[in-house]
Design a protein around this ligand. Structure first.
Ligand code: IMP
Length: 214
C-alpha cells in the first residue's frame, strides 16, 4: 500500500448524508478535510458496473481537479431476493420520473414492491446488505480501496427519521432497530479503537485505519 504523506484530503462526494458520515468517521485521523462541493467541482458521470469502478471515477476526478489526494465512497443496497439489485443503481432507483431530483421514499417503495412481486414476505427471504467502497486516489491515478458491508434485513414500513437514503428500511443483523432509528454514533457503532463497527461505511473506515497509511 502506498503511504499517505499528506494530512489534507478532499472528500469526493456531493451526497450530504454521506459527507456528514465521512466527516464523522474521518475526524479521529486528524486530517484537514474539504469536499468537492465546497470547492465548486461538478459531479462526474458514474458509468461503472461495480462499486470499485464508480468509486474510482469520483475519486480520480477530484484528485485530478485539485492536485490533492482524494477519498470517495461508492455505496448501495444489495437485496438477495432481487439478485443483488438495486446494487450500483441504488441512487438511480430514487430518481423521480419527471427528472426533478431524488425521492428515497419512492425508492424504498420500489424495493418493497419488487420484494412482494417475488413473494418475499418472510424475513428469511428479505435479506440484503449495504456495501461501501472507499477509494483513496492520488493525482497520478494510483488508488487504494477499502470495502465494508453491513448485512441485515429489509423491513416495511420504513422506521425512523435519522440517517439518510434507505436507512429506515434496513435492520442490521443482531439489532432491533433500523439504521433510521439510530443516532449517527449508534449507526457507525465505532470510534477509532472503540467498539466494533456496525455500518458498512464504518467497517470500510476501520479497514482504512488498519491499513495504517499515515
Ligand atoms: P452512490 O454511491 O452515489 O452511487 O449512491 C449510493 C446510494 O446508496 C445513496 O444515494 C444512498 O441512497 C444509498 N446509501 C449508501 N449508503 C447508505 C447508508 O448508509 N444509508 C442509507 N442509504 C445509503
Amino acid at each position: 500500500m502506498r503511504a499517505l504523506d499528506t494530512k489534507e484530503i478532499v472528500l469526493a462526494t456531493h451526497n450530504a448524508g454521506k459527507l456528514r458520515e465521512m466527516r464523522d468517521l474521518m475526524a479521529p485521523f486528524g486530517f484537514s478535510v474539504t469536499s468537492v462541493g465546497e470547492r465548486g467541482l461538478p459531479e462526474p458521470e458514474e458509468n461503472g458496473t461495480t462499486f470499485e469502478e464508480n468509486a474510482y471515477a469520483k475519486a480520480f476526478a477530484a484528485a485530478q481537479a485539485t492536485g490533492m489526494v482524494s477519498l470517495s465512497d461508492d455505496s448501495g443496497l444489495c437485496v438477495e431476493a432481487l439478485g443483488g439489485a438495486p446494487g450500483v443503481y441504488t441512487a438511480d432507483w430514487a430518481e423521480k420520473n419527471d427528472g426533478s431530483g431524488r425521492d428515497f421514499l419512492l425508492a424504498m417503495q420500489k424495493v418493497e414492491s419488487s420484494l412482494l412481486e417475488k413473494g418475499a414476505t418472510d424475513p428469511s427471504r428479505r435479506k440484503g446488505y449495504f456495501c461501501a467502497v472507499l477509494c483513496l486516489c492520488w493525482p497520478d491515478g494510483h488508488a487504494e480501496y477499502f470495502r465494508g458491508e453491513a448485512h441485515g434485513e429489509l423491513v416495511w414500513p420504513p422506521r425512523g427519521d435519522d440517517g439518510f437514503g434507505y436507512d429506515p428500511v434496513f435492520k442490521p443483523d443482531g439489532q432491533e432497530r433500523t439504521f433510521g432509528e439510530m443516532t449517527a454514533q449508534e449507526k457507525h457503532g465505532w470510534k477509532m479503537g472503540e467498539g466494533e463497527p456496525l455500518s458498512h461505511r464504518a467497517r470500510a473506515f476501520a479497514k482504512f485505519a488498519e491499513a495504517n497509511l499515515a
